[in-house]
Ligand binder design. Structure first.
Ligand SMILES: NC(=O)c1ccc[n+]([C@@H]2O[C@H](COP(=O)([O-])OP(=O)(O)OC[C@H]3O[C@@H](n4cnc5c(N)ncnc54)[C@H](O)[C@@H]3O)[C@@H](O)[C@H]2O)c1
Length: 333
């Protein structure tokens, strides 16, 4: 298979070696509106053919699939043209910046029988898959809450706020773990520098009372990537910055012996052992690329298909609306 990548800024070139190393990939093309970016890639990866414009990629019958790694505002147009030219498409997160555009891409891909996949990279980590397994095996019990922080110093974006840039990673993890759309979203954001909001606090409310809170920031002195998951049986901490103890499972929790109107005397705390949970450590970027190649090669639906991309855009859109209305509750059903 031959692939073409469009957008060779910060992220695009990271994908290139993963595609080049894939055994099913026999050739790669690239294109960027900024010629200096293409020149840099040509120097670093001499086997990648630089295209002079996007049209030549669209019209190249050797190209099976196009990877879109440009800023979000251009995703829809580039992905739509690719699908219309019969190419499978891999789009960087988020799929688009509007629900209507995301719906159009999903429908177009389905009508043309083409693969549309979104790079929700966080759920391709061995740790996140392990957490899903712990939930499925009922090690944690009914989930009560998810509490996450994804913070860093930078990188400020001028076209999207921190929710579209960072919270989408958390939304994707939560979507994968709970397998359920929230029924409502609230969000508060702050912009101290005249740029899009650089800090935000988003809450997702689910049908059976599960609550998920997401704190994202480009204004943190530390890199923090933490998720706490509270279950009725056990609780779990996922610290993605830890090298060898990413998942810790706590046999801790609360048991209530009475019904509504109970007092403190009816509460028992259990405080058992803490376990470090082992998981696969394959590089997520390699796994995500393999998922896309496999989807095309074996004609299967990728885990993060266009529909998953659309779900994330719906949550992002609701969070954005809430931010603009100082935290109003936006319903999704
Ligand atoms: N999966 C992840 O963890 C992750 C991480 C970072 C960025 N991203 C995503 O990757 C995408 C790109 O982000 P980035 O940080 O690399 O941005 P960037 O601004 O560094 O690079 C974007 C590149 O796209 C080029 N470009 C813009 N419009 C184009 C067009 N119409 N045709 C061809 N080239 C065009 C620009 O010249 C630039 O070189 C975004 O969607 C972003 O959300 C994903």
């Amino acid at each position: 298979m031959k692939f073409a990548i469009v957008g060779l800024g910060h992220w695009g070139p990271r994908l290139i070696p993963k595609f080049l190393k894939h055994p099913k990939v026999v050739g790669m093309y690239c294109y960027d509106i900024d010629e200096s970016r293409s020149a840099k890639v040509a120097k670093e990866f001499p086997e990648v053919v630089v295209a002079s414009d996007y049209r030549s990629i669209l019209e190249n019958e050797d190209v099976n699939a196009i990877i879109v790694a440009t800023p979000v505002a251009s995703h829809f147009d580039l992905a739509k043209q690719a699908l219309e030219h019969g190419k499978h498409v891999f789009v960087e997160k988020p799929l688009t910046n509007s629900i209507t555009d995301a719906q159009t891409l999903v429908e177009l891909a389905s009508a043309r029988n083409l693969k549309l996949m979104v790079d929700h990279i966080t759920i391709y980590s061995g740790a996140v898959r392990k957490i899903k397994e712990l939930i499925t095996n009922e090690d944690i019990g009914d989930i009560l809450y998810i509490d996450t922080v994804r913070a860093n110093l930078g990188m400020f974006q001028s076209d999207v706020n921190v929710v579209w840039d960072l919270a989408i990673h958390e939304f994707a993890i939560i979507d994968y773990l709970l397998d359920e759309m929230p029924k409502a979203v609230t969000g508060i954001g702050v912009a101290h520098y005249g740029m899009p909001e650089e800090m935000a606090y988003v809450t997702l409310f689910f049908e059976k009372g599960v609550i998920a809170h997401i704190h994202v920031s480009w204004l943190s002195p530390l890199k923090i990537r933490r998720l706490i998951l509270g279950g009725r049986k056990k609780m779990l901490l996922f610290d993605d910055t830890s090298l060898d103890e990413k998942i810790r499972l706590f046999d801790r929790g609360v048991e209530m012996s009475a019904g509504p109107g109970a007092s403190r005397r009816d509460i028992m705390y259990h405080d058992g052992a803490t376990q470090v949970i082992q998981h696969e450590s394959a590089e997520p970027l390699v796994v995500v690329v393999d998922e896309f190649v496999k989807a095309i090669d074996e004609d299967v639906t990728p885990l993060t298909d266009g529909k998953a991309g659309l779900r994330m855009v719906r949550i992002l859109d609701a969070a954005e609306k809430s931010l603009k209305q100082q935290g109003a509750r936006i319903r999704l059903d």
